[in-house]
Design a protein around this ligand. Structure first.
Ligand SMILES: NC(=O)c1ccc[n+]([C@@H]2O[C@H](COP(=O)([O-])OP(=O)(O)OC[C@H]3O[C@@H](n4cnc5c(N)ncnc54)[C@H](O)[C@@H]3O)[C@@H](O)[C@H]2O)c1
Ligand SMILES: CC(C)[C@H](C(=O)O)[C@@H](O)C(=O)O
Ligand SMILES: [Mg+2]
Length: 363
């Protein structure tokens, strides 16, 4: 199957982990006989340096003309004081592409249990999905700035809440049948609208158990009892914060993938982590969040379920075999570089293909 995929490596480790996604897609292409048209375009700080804009028109047009987009990460201290921010390129891209809902799965992995700062009996049954509203709220409200006064408006329209919450309910139906809506309805008007919209929709999804939690309570419960959660649905900024918090359950943010979707098959796929300026350039970043984002693309945009399984299995085997980048390292294992971990994943995808064809010879 021919698919056009725009690659936006961005800044810092974004560039390093994107190589992992490309190698993995090439091995999937070979093994399953697909044709992936992969082309790179600049975004973020790299794009500011090249073109003066964090989202050049050519990049946006290429994304709009693709079947899906893979993004590494944007930002870094180099552009922290520049007039234009790399992050604005990413926000504009999400808005222009209309990818209003962001799925961030967080599932404990037995190989990583000892890396979590929390007790393994607390984190071992973690299997939750954060559904984050992505193109509204305080990120996109009107901003004003005087010398000694600043303003960011937090605006939500009911349709924005409704479409995101519906997607969350659909996910809950396919999973464990529980939805936790997170808001700050004891203080914010936008949260009161959020809560009443969820309550209305709950009557249409009676097969799903609905609960409401205030965001401060949710932040605490996520650490105290992560297995309590199935689907968490929340607004843009709460979702951003809670997903970094949830990464602590696994011990590193480097393994978390995400999918940003709209109502057709198109999607923007990116790891949850940022450009990690503290480790960029050292070939030590964890490429798993990026690789699993590419795997989510195969499943959600291209409906390639077997291909998704092949990547997921390869990643699991690599971890079980003891390969760890520095962020996943424990006293029992030496760490390997980003490139070495990528090679191991690719090797397993290809080795799997060889054993599958040998098996065919015998049956
Ligand atoms: N989607 C994105 O493009 C995105 C997401 C978050 C932050 N950012 C940007 O990234 C820059 C740095 O932000 P930050 O430092 O707050 O967050 P960050 O996620 O880049 O880093 C936080 C910590 O996690 C570690 N980390 C992150 N990714 C890792 C990986 N793949 N492997 C191993 N360790 C990893 C870093 O080394 C750092 O210690 C900022 O400019 C921010 O705006 C971009
Ligand atoms: C870089 C930043 C704008 C972005 C966000 O806040 O959405 C990031 O933190 C994320 O989680 O994707
Ligand atoms: Mg974030």
């Amino acid at each position: 199957m021919k698919k056009t995929i725009a690659l936006l490596p961005g800044d810092g480790v974004g560039q390093e982990v994107m190589r992992g996604a490309v190698h993995v897609l090439r091995s999937i292409e070979k093994r399953f006989g697909h044709d992936f048209d992969l082309k790179e375009f600049p975004i973020g700080g790299t794009a500011i340096d090249l073109t003066g804009s964090p989202l050049p028109n050519d990049t946006l047009r290429a994304c709009q003309n693709s079947d899906a987009v893979l993004l590494g990460a944007v930002g870094g201290p180099r552009w922290d004081h520049s007039k234009m921010r790399p992050e604005d390129g990413l926000l504009q891209l999400r808005k222009e592409l209309g990818v209003y809902v962001n799925l961030r799965p967080v599932q404990s992995m037995s190989a990583l249990l000892e890396r979590s700062p929390l007790k393994s009996e607390i984190v071992k049954d973690t299997d939750l999905l954060i559904v984050r509203e992505l193109t509204g709220g305080i990120y996109f409200g009107e901003k004003k700035r005087d010398v000694d006064r600043a303003e960011d408006a937090l605006v939500y329209h009911k349709f924005e809440i409704e479409r995101t919450v519906r997607r969350a309910y659909e996910q809950a139906r396919k999973r464990k049948g529980k939805l936790t809506s997170v808001d700050k309805a004891n203080v914010l008007e936008s949260s009161k609208l959020w809560r009443s919209t969820v309550s209305e929709l709950a009557t249409e999804y009676r097969d799903v158990v609905t609960e409401h939690l205030l965001v401060d309570h949710a932040a605490m419960k996520l650490i105290l009892k992560p297995a309590h959660f199935d689907v968490i649905v929340t607004e843009n900024m709460f979702g951003d914060i809670l997903s970094d918090e949830a990464s602590v359950l696994l011990g590193t943010i480097g393994v978390l993938p995400s999918a940003s979707l709209r109502d057709d098959d198109f999607g923007l796929y990116e790891p949850v982590h940022g450009s990690a300026p503290d480790i960029s350039g050292t070939d030590s970043a964890n490429p798993i969040g990026m690789i699993m984002s590419a795997a989510m693309m195969l499943k959600l945009s291209f409906h390639m379920h077997e291909e998704y399984e092949a990547v997921e299995r390869a990643v699991r085997e690599v971890l079980n075999a003891g390969y760890r980048t520095a962020d996943m390292r424990t006293s029992r294992f030496q760490s390997v570089s980003t490139s070495q971990l990528i090679d191991q994943v690719v090797y397993r995808i290809e080795e799997d293909a060889v054993s599958a064809s040998l098996l065919e010879l015998y049956v």
